[in-house]
Write a protein that binds this ligand. Structure first.
Ligand code: PRP
Ligand code: URA
Length: 215
């Protein structure tokens, strides 16, 4: 399992060379939506593979063509919660790795004036608090959207929560540590800072617009 960041104990940066290669291509302004989606799929699966080392397993008896043997299987349920819209872009890559996972949806957008999260949709499995929950969103900027998402999931009884973000700003990591210190954040990059519009620098721009071609 990769080590937490020295200055941010709630953050782990996944500095694997293949992850970093995919991220560089995602950052590139020349990367069109079609390729952006494909790269986001790949990097989301790779990131999840790196952080899934401690997922619980159950023993299972398996009949092979030759004999009965003892094996292990992932303990289910495992729930993915994308923060809409951009979080949707990470789901297929994670489901390719864990197809048995279920998916709860949380619609939140950032008000462009106040930067406050504005909720507009929520649909969770009835027992979402049962088992680990991976909250996914490509961008952690001020942290407002992620903090709101974790608030909601705690209200549903979730206690095993992890946040997977492609790119983080130090401001958002600090805000998450203040609000939800026990929630581990996994990222491909801790970027420099936010600009005046609370966009991440250097970042990759507006993730939702780049995924869905709505720029
Ligand atoms: C983006 C991003 C996060 C949020 C991060 O979503 O996907 O959800 O901003 O910013 P924050 O940390 O300051 O809250 P956006 O509000 O642009 O909505 P979208 O996914 O529909 O494009
Ligand atoms: N949301 C994005 O999509 N990009 C940022 O840099 C910040 C918030």
């Amino acid at each position: 399992m990769p080590e937490p960041h020295a200055e941010h104990p709630n953050l782990t940066v996944l500095d694997h060379p293949v992850i970093q290669d995919r991220l560089s291509r995602l950052r590139n302004i020349e990367t069109p939506s079609e390729e952006f989606r494909r790269l986001l799929d790949q990097i989301s699966g790779l990131m999840t593979f790196r952080i899934s080392r401690d997922l619980a397993v159950d023993p299972v008896a398996v009949q092979t063509p030759l004999e009965l043997t003892e094996a292990t299987q992932l303990r289910l349920p495992i729930t993915l919660v994308p923060i809409l819209r951009a979080g949707i872009g990470m789901i297929d890559g994670i489901l390719a790795l864990i197809p048995e996972a279920r998916v709860g949806h949380l619609g939140v957008y950032r008000d462009e004036e106040t930067m406050q999260p504005v909720p507009y949709f929520e649909k969770m499995p009835a027992d979402v608090g049962n088992g680990p929950v991976l909250v996914v969103d490509p961008m952690l900027a001020t942290g407002g959207s992620a903090i709101f998402a974790i608030d909601r999931l705690k209200a549903h009884g979730c206690s095993d929560l992890r946040l997977i973000c492609l790119v983080c700003a130090p401001e958002g990591v600090a805000a998450m540590r203040e609000a939800h210190p026990e929630v581990s954040i996994y990222t491909a990059a801790l970027d420099r800072c936010l600009n005046e519009q609370s966009y991440i620098l250097p970042g990759l721009g507006d993730a939702g617009d780049r995924i869905f071609g709505t720029q």
